[in-house]
Structures are given as structure tokens and as C-alpha cells.
Design a protein around this ligand. Structure first.
Ligand code: SF4
Length: 467
């Protein structure tokens, strides 16, 4: 996927001016929030479950090499070829080599965010291999030539009318707006590809070390067809996705599906283990798993390691007031929302995604709903500190922060400065009591007015209330 995170502010301006997007985000985003809240109410002792899941993820990350090696051994025994890819280029090269060796001219894909990281579709296209996305959301986006804007609902930014127009123009069929009919139309288009593709490419929600299995969690049947119908199956997944046992998987699944879509369980949970056996009716003859690093191991042992716990449920973005307004494309890379504001700078470099950790009021909603308790606001603060230390922020901002730090460290001076600031701001608010413009802090007032303070500081009010 083409990186545009460095142009976040421009992206945001464009998205804020898109009335259809605003309407779509308002309509669809709220549904996930409601569904999650209802599903979580049914869970006994939710906090104990979140704690257990967090501990499993932390334990696995602390012994990552051990569990990945165990996974590799078990997977190999079941006939899977395990590849290690250090970079995105390695992933594409490995897939192209497998395709060349297998005489592949057509690939069907189920959703894989890692393949978006590597730009795999483009690499396959340049090798003359036709690639068809088969997840409905991804298929819609492939027709529209757009990247995903959400990690579990990639086409969340599109409404029914837009999809109806797209299908009609790309399939050359009469326009229809009945959702089951549109799904049937997509199925009719995709079915021949499932039957004729020589290779299926999927992601992997998790890897199970004790069995050498790839776990896929989906709501559409496409995942099973991609992984069982073509002769060759390739699963591409990040190294952090490994779990020690099937019990751990069942624990994580209880949280994943409820956090993502509010479902007790998704329509399909598949465990893909090795190649087709002599008595199996289906399954691939050739099975490959590509374990992708691409920046992940660089986070181990750092302040940002907790981000690797992520199970890609999407709850943080569904609850983020910034994501809800600007949508996923504004973030300019594969992972949007709060987790994207941490992972993108960590994977592509802070200087290429400098504004993402700033795109948050640090309200904490993301951390509250994260099933594996990733302290996202804290991680964004860590990245903000790094950008200051590395002098990546504008010098005016750095000087303002340094000045503020100096003032805040001297209580008497702080009291005088804040008292005067409160009075000046009250005066600037005038009769309306609203500040339309704050010199040097335009970002705060560009899209809304800021209520002016009442002319008193917290200390003044506290002193008055104190006995
Ligand atoms: S950071 Fe937490 S809430 Fe966000 S996608 Fe990952 S697991 Fe889900």
C-alpha cells in the first residue's frame, strides 16, 4: 500500500471536506460500538479475561523465538514449508518464487493486512499474475482501486449506493441496491476464480505453536475456499501472531470476536494444518507459511513492545473520536486509528508518520476497550517524546514545549502565568465566550471554537472551595 502518512494533515483536510464519507462513518461506526458493548455485557468477569489474554500475549512475546521455532517444527512435520521474511521485499520475492515454481497465473486472496504492508498485489501484477481479492470488502475496494480503511471492515467508508454504482459499472450489469442480490452478484463473479486459481493467499489471525496450525477467523466463506480449493496455499503473517497452545487461542477468540463485531463467535474459525492427507477430501497439495518480521522484532524490548500484543480487533478505531471523523485513509497506511498511530511510525519510521501520534486527544477510549490492554495513549506519548528528542517537530513547537516545561517546574511562576493567561483568554473570548483563533495553536480552532476560560484558574477555584 502506498504510504501517505507523512501527508496526514492534508489527508485529513480532504477527508473532512468529504460529506459522503462523514455520513458513512457516522452511520456505520456506531454499529460496532453498540454491538461490542452489548456483547461484553454478557461476559462474566471481563477484566479477568482481558488480564489473562494480556498475560498470554506478553508471555509469548517474551519467548517469541522459542514459540516460533516450535511452530516451525510442528508445521514442517505436517508438510508445510515455513519461510522467514525479514522485509516486505523478502515476502514478495518468496511468493513470486513459489508462484514461478508452481506455474501460477491466477491467485485468489482472502484478507491479509500484511500483504497490504508489502504491496504484494502490485508485485504479483508486475509478474503478470492475475490476483483477485475475495473478501467482499476487499473485492469492492479492488474494483474501486482503493486501499482498505479499516482492519476488519475494509470498505466501511463506502455506502450501499456507492457499491451499487461500482458493481454496475465494473460488472456491466443492471444497477441493484438489494444487499443479498449484490452479494449474489459478487459470488457469481468470484466463483470461477476460486475454481481456476492455482494459488490461494491468506493472512493468518494466529499461529498455534503446539500444532503448527494457522488460525483464520472470518465471517465469509471465501477464507475456506482460498485455503482449500487451489493447489497451493500460502499464509502470510507477522511473527508476533504466534500463540503457545489451542487453549490460548480459544481464550483470545472469546475476546477477539466480541471486541471486533460483537459476535460470540464468527461464522468460520478455521485451523489450517499442513497439506492434504491421503484421506482428505480437500486441502492444498502444497502449503507455505511466511513469517514476516518487517520491523516487528525491532519493537521487542522497547517501550513500544506492548503494541505487538495487538490481535487486530479494530475496537480502538471504532471508539476513537478522531478515526470516526477522518476515516482510515487519512492515516495513510495499512493500520489506521490509535493502533495505526503507534504501528505506522514504528514500522515505516517516525519521520514518515510524524503527525500520527499527535492525532489524538489522549482521551483514553482506545485503551479502555482494547481486549489486550495496550496502553495506546501512553505509547503515543512515547512517540511524541521521541519526535521531540530527535528534533523532528517544528522549532516553534519545541520552544513552546520547553518554555512550558520551564514554567511548570516553578510553582510560583506557574501560578502567575496561568492566572494571567486565564484572564487574557477570557477577555479574548468576548461576549460569546468562544475563542475562534489561537495564535500558534490553529489546529485546535480550525474546525471548531474553543470555549474561553472563566478567568479563574483551578487553583483559584480550589482555594475558594477549600474549608
Ligand atoms: S490495539 Fe487493541 S483495540 Fe486496537 S486493534 Fe489492537 S487489540 Fe484491538
Amino acid at each position: 500500500m502506498k504510504l501517505t502518512s507523512f501527508a496526514f494533515k492534508g489527508n485529513v483536510r480532504r477527508q473532512l471536506g468529504n460529506a459522503v464519507l462523514q455520513d458513512n462513518m457516522k452511520r456505520f461506526g456506531g454499529r460496532f460500538v453498540k454491538a461490542r458493548a452489548e456483547a461484553m455485557q454478557q461476559v462474566d468477569n471481563l477484566e479477568a479475561l482481558r488480564l489473562a489474554a494480556t498475560q498470554v500475549r506478553d508471555h509469548t512475546l517474551a519467548h517469541l523465538e522459542e514459540y516460533l521455532t516450535a511452530f516451525e517444527d510442528c508445521a514442517r512435520k505436517r508438510g508445510t514449508v515455513v519461510h522467514w521474511a525479514e522485509t516486505s521485499e523478502d515476502v514478495n520475492r518468496i511468493v513470486l518464487n513459489i508462484a514461478a515454481a508452481g506455474g501460477v497465473s491466477r491467485v485468489v486472496k482472502s484478507k491479509s493486512m500484511v500483504s497490504e504492508e508489502t504491496g504484494l498485489n502490485e508485485a504479483l501484477a508486475s509478474a503478470g499474475i492475475e490476483t483477485i481479492e475475495t473478501d467482499l470488502g476487499e473485492y469492492i475496494l479492488q474494483l474501486a482501486d482503493e486501499p482498505p480503511s479499516h482492519i476488519i471492515a475494509p470498505a466501511i467508508h463506502k455506502n450501499l449506493d456507492e457499491v451499487a454504482d461500482l458493481f454496475s459499472s465494473r460488472h456491466h450489469t443492471p444497477r441493484q441496491t438489494d444487499i443479498p442480490a449484490l452479494c449474489r452478484e459478487a459470488r457469481e463473479q468470484l466463483r470461477p476464480h476460486f475454481l481456476s486459481a492455482q494459488m490461494g493467499i491468506s493472512g493468518g489471525n494466529f499461529l498455534v505453536a503446539e500444532t503448527g496450525s494457522v488460525a483464520l477467523v472470518t465471517n465469509e466463506g471465501n477464507g475456506r475456499m482460498v485455503t482449500t480449493l487451489p493447489r497451493i496455499h500460502v499464509a502470510i503473517t507477522g511473527i508476533e501472531k504466534v500463540l503457545p497452545t489451542l487453549n490460548d487461542l480459544s481464550l483470545i477468540l472469546r475476546l477477539l470476536t466480541r471486541s471486533a463485531t460483537g459476535q460470540d463467535i464468527t461464522n468460520y474459525v478455521s485451523l489450517l494444518t499442513g497439506v492434504r492427507g491421503p484421506d482428505d477430501l480437500d486441502g492444498p497439495v502444497e502449503s507455505h507459511v511466511i513469517l514476516v518480521d518487517s520491523g516487528r522484532s525491532g519493537l521487542l524490548g522497547t517501550d513500544l513492545q506492548p503494541a505487538l500484543r495487538c490481535i487486530r480487533c479494530g475496537a480502538c478505531m471504532n471508539h476513537c473520536p478522531v478515526y470516526q471523523v477522518v476515516g482510515g485513509h487519512a492515516y495513510g497506511w495499512v493500520y489506521p486509528g490509535p493502533i495505526g498511530a503507534v504501528l505506522t511510525p514504528a514500522y515505516v519510521g517516525l519521520e514518515k508518520a510524524l503527525d500520527l501520534p499527535q492525532a489524538s486527544t489522549l482521551c483514553g477510549a482506545c485503551q479502555v476497550v482494547c481486549p489486550v490492554r495496550i496502553p495506546l495513549p501512553e505509547l503515543m506519548r512515547v512517540l511524541r517524546e521521541k519526535s521531540m528528542e530527535r528534533r523532528l517537530r517544528p522549532w516553534t513547537e519545541r520552544w513552546l514545549v520547553m518554555l512550558w516545561r520551564w514554567v511548570a517546574a516553578q510553582p510560583a511562576l506557574y501560578a502567575v502565568v496561568t492566572r494571567w493567561a486565564a484572564r487574557v483568554l477570557r477577555w479574548a473570548g468576548g461576549r460569546s465566550g468562544l475563542l475562534h483563533h489561537l495564535p500558534g495553536l490553529d489546529g485546535w480552532t480550525e474546525g471548531r471554537d474553543m470555549p474561553a476560560p472563566q478567568g479563574q484558574t483551578f487553583r483559584d477555584l480550589y482555594r475558594r472551595k477549600a474549608p
